[in-house]
Design a protein around this ligand. Sequence first.
Ligand code: HEC
Length: 136
Amino acid sequence: MIQFIPTDKVNKPVDRKVNFVDIKKTPPKVRELIKGACYDCHSDETKYPGYAYIAPISWSVKSHINEGREHLNFSIWGTYNKDLKKSMLEKSVQTIENKTMPMPGYMVYHKKANLSEAERMLLVQYFEGMLKTKTY
Ligand code: HEC
């Protein structure tokens, strides 16, 4: 019966004026990577995969998303102060390089998040470029 316990999967509307990929005018290729590999847990634009509706997986997926968003939410990037933006970009570079992000367990179900070395490098370069030019 646990299948019928609903978990709240309604996304909040996204304000383009503070949404990372919109305000940064992220190039399409990088945008696709961030949206495919990070936005599910780090934005208000979660695309819930089919398996997310099957309890108890749904509870685990939802808690990862809530927890991920608490740490970093790209949908409200524009509301972060400079220090927080800088620290989030630095941590993103670190976590992509040491492969703790995207969360390994998630990639099993979500092939798009299983980034190749080249894709990881592209993301790292993109975030590092912003750090170097202080355009976060
Ligand atoms: C399946 C969900 C999921 C995906 C996909 C995911 N993350 Fe995370 N992320 C989390 C969770 C949960 C945490 C907090 C717990 C932790 O650090 O393990 C987190 C933490 C982080 C942190 C640390 C924030 C802090 O305050 O220390 C950064 C940075 C981050 N993620 C970046 C990314 C980036 C960049 C991507 C895409 C390449 C990504 N994440 C993909 C779930 C996810």
